[in-house]
Design a protein around this ligand. Structure first.
Ligand SMILES: Cc1cc2nc3c(=O)[nH]c(=O)nc-3n(C[C@H](O)[C@H](O)[C@H](O)COP(=O)(O)OP(=O)(O)OC[C@H]3O[C@@H](n4cnc5c(N)ncnc54)[C@H](O)[C@@H]3O)c2cc1C
Ligand code: FES
Length: 266
């Protein structure tokens, strides 16, 4: 894998698309062409008080415009600082990091499951596969306010929306309830969202189909963001040389963020 580059990106736009949810477009030059669905970048806050970088998934990459688009939730000091960036500002970021999703063959049926802000990287996967004519269903789960559902529909995906509170044109419940009721099945599942959702989706797939591929993008709390502090580890099943099962501790920032949902120790 190519080594990480830290550089200044220009802010093209930064706007609210739903309550507390922002969309920022960054001018990143040649790095846009290197981005793959499921990868993330680290953003270094300007404030010296906020030492650690903030990992944010790539929601889209435009090779012609040389931009990356990110969608982020304002949850703390770092994302609040980012929400104040305006056109023309420069922010320090890394090049795209992590392993990203493995894109299946174009004749595969694919289910993309996103929960809350985890919907952002699923859009990049959907847009990538729209170009290769995959059959994609997106199951998008929100608390109440929805965002980006129109953009998924515009790509030609079948879109199922779920909400925790009653909302128009949405299934009331969680993404797994929605998948169960709609008898959703596919050759490949990709998911990003809160850990309990990733566990539930993985268990749904394991029960539904022995062979289906399940790739989950984990959002563990991070420190350094480049493999040095070991604060983002997750346990993953492994096999010893004699064929017996063991576990290994992998770093989400370096070995992930995408893992095989059948192998994660939930
Ligand atoms: C691989 C990956 C991709 C992500 N993609 C997105 C995305 O596309 N959009 C989005 O809104 N959020 C995303 N997150 C979560 C995002 O990194 C945190 O919400 C953000 O770092 C919070 O920073 P803060 O200063 O506002 O909050 P604070 O709570 O003040 O952060 C304090 C510290 O904890 C770390 N931290 C807090 N929450 C998380 C978290 N969930 N994951 C990792 N580190 C955390 C921060 O980086 C910071 O170092 C992603 C996380 C990971 C690991
Ligand atoms: S965040 Fe430091 S090792 Fe992953």
């Amino acid at each position: 894998m190519e080594s990480k580059r830290v550089f200044y990106a220009g802010v093209v736009s930064n706007q609210e698309i739903a309550p507390h949810i922002m969309k920022i477009v960054l001018s990143v030059g040649e790095e846009a062409a290197k981005a793959r669905p499921g990868q993330f970048i680290n953003i270094y806050p300007k404030s010296e008080r906020l030492i650690l970088p903030r990992p944010i998934s790539i929601c889209d990459a435009d090779t012609a415009a040389r931009t990356l688009t990110l969608i982020y939730d304002i949850v703390g000091a770092g994302t609040e600082e980012l929400s104040r960036a305006v056109e023309g500002d420069r922010i320090r970021i890394t090049s795209p990091l992590g392993n990203g999703f493995r894109i299946p063959d174009p004749d595969s049926r694919v289910i993309l499951t996103g929960g809350g802000i985890g919907i952002a990287p699923m859009y990049f996967a959907a847009r990538y596969m729209a170009e290769t004519h995959h059959k994609v269903t997106a199951v998008l789960g929100f608390r109440k306010d929805t965002f980006m559902t129109k953009e998924f529909r515009e790509l030609g995906c079948r879109v199922l929306v779920t909400t925790d509170k009653p909302a128009e044109d949405a299934f009331l419940g969680n993404v797994v309830d929605c998948m169960t009721i709609n008898a959703i099945n596919a050759d490949c599942y990709m998911a990003c969202g809160p850990r309990p959702m990733l566990e539930a989706v993985s268990k749904y797939v394991v029960t539904a189909d022995e062979k289906a591929d399940i790739q989950v993008s984990m959002e563990e709390r991070m420190g350094c963001g480049y493999g040095a502090c070991v604060c983002c580890v997750t346990d993953v099943k492994a096999e010893r040389a004699d064929g017996t099962e063991s576990t290994e501790r992998l770093k989400v920032c370096k070995d992930g963020p995408v893992f095989d949902g059948r192998k994660v120790v939930w």
